[in-house]
Design a protein around this ligand. Structure first.
Ligand code: NDP
Length: 316
């Protein structure tokens, strides 16, 4: 029987995940198709009943449903439970299990960004959505001792902090209002800066002004592109990394959950780049097209040594 995996989101017209997962199934000789299902919130209960059938290996869930689907599964893994967000579904008979592979994906990216340095203990997270929840949980479990979350709507950052109450009981997790002077003061005490907002996704904007970026910072942008924040941080002397590695590794972890096999990482990475060059978008909404095509070639850790040219919008 041919098996199916579906990506459930709204919209999901194009998807980088489709390109990398289908290539991985084909390369490993797994008779499965990766389908894109555009479903509104109201359609989710019926959709989740449909994927309990035997022909489904599982599913991916993306924007805007990651938090909404939590009550629709029968069991949550520790990471899905701890983050309150699900991006991957597997089946146990007719029961559905909700996983969060954004967490391991983020940890791979964090490790790459930190490199041979000692794992830092202080971080600033910009944003308080589903992506930020995976980031904050990843940081807590990596042993960070102080995490400050800034969000445009403060109440959402406060909600996130409250949600992690018990998980973060041993350390300092704080929500702060989005004021430039407060962000600047906190940056001076911090080693890691993560952008988990969608600022920079569809426009050439940075969440923070370039002149408050200090050269010692390690800067990760979840957006799968060389954003203005990353270009300005690299120009200021910071180590920077975009969201490609996280996207790749959340997909690889999902592949292994569905198939029980290790993911063909190199193939998936090259399919990601190829799909972006062809103009596809990630389910996470990263921009594609010529701008992204160049960025795909530049993905990875870099520093100011990339030179000022790489900081021009055309180069990113
Ligand atoms: P959500 O929609 O859940 O959250 C969006 C966040 O961005 C919120 O904190 C929101 O603030 C903030 N935001 C959006 N627009 C603005 C603005 N104009 N000014 C200030 N803040 C703004 O999305 P996700 O958390 O799922 O995704 C966030 C980003 O992370 C996306 O760009 C996504 O592509 C990326 N991502 C990448 C992944 C990867 O694998 N590389 C995985 C997951 C996410 P507010 O609450 O105030 O509206």
């Amino acid at each position: 029987m041919s098996r199916r995996v579906v990506l459930i989101g709204h919209p999901v017209a194009h998807s980088l995940s489709g390109a990398m997962q289908q290539a991985a199934f084909d390369a490993q000789g797994i008779d499965a198709t990766y389908e894109l299902w555009d479903r509104t919130p109201l359609q989710l209960p019926d959709t989740f009943n449909e994927i309990r059938a035997d022909d489904f290996l599982g599913a991916n869930v993306t924007i805007p449903h990651k938090e909404r689907v939590v009550p629709l599964v029968d069991r949550l893994t520790e990471e899905a439970h701890a983050t309150g967000a699900v991006n991957t579904i597997t089946r146990e008979g007719r029961r559905l299990v909700g996983h969060n592979t954004d967490v391991p994906g983020f940890k791979v990216a964090l490790d790459k960004l930190v490199g041979r340095q000692k794992m830092p203990r202080n971080a600033i997270v910009l944003g308080a959505g589903g992506g930020a929840r995976a980031v904050v949980f990843g940081l807590i479990t990596e042993g960070f001792q102080r995490i400050v979350v800034f969000n445009r709507h403060l109440h959402r950052a406060e909600g996130l902090v409250k949600f992690f109450g018990r998980t973060a009981a041993h350390m300092e997790l704080r929500a702060m209002p989005w004021h430039e002077s407060i962000i600047e003061a906190e940056l001076a005490k911090t080693k890691v800066l993560v952008n988990a907002t969608s600022i920079g996704l569809t426009s050439d904007e940075s969440p923070i002004p370039a002149d408050i970026l200090l050269p010692e910072l390690l800067v990760l942008d979840l957006i799968y592109n060389r954003t203005r924040l990353l270009r300005e941080a690299a120009a200021a002397g910071c180590e920077v990394l975009d969201g490609e590695l996280m996207l790749l590794h959340q997909g690889a972890a999902a592949f292994t959950l569905w198939t029980g096999q290790p993911a063909p990482l190199e193939l998936m990475q090259s399919k990601l780049k190829e799909a972006r060059a062809g103009g596809l978008r990630s389910a996470e909404g990263e921009p594609a097209g010529p701008h992204a095509e160049v960025a795909a070639g530049m993905a990875g850790v870099s520093t100011a040594a990339d030179g000022p040219d790489s900081a021009s919008p055309d180069a990113g």
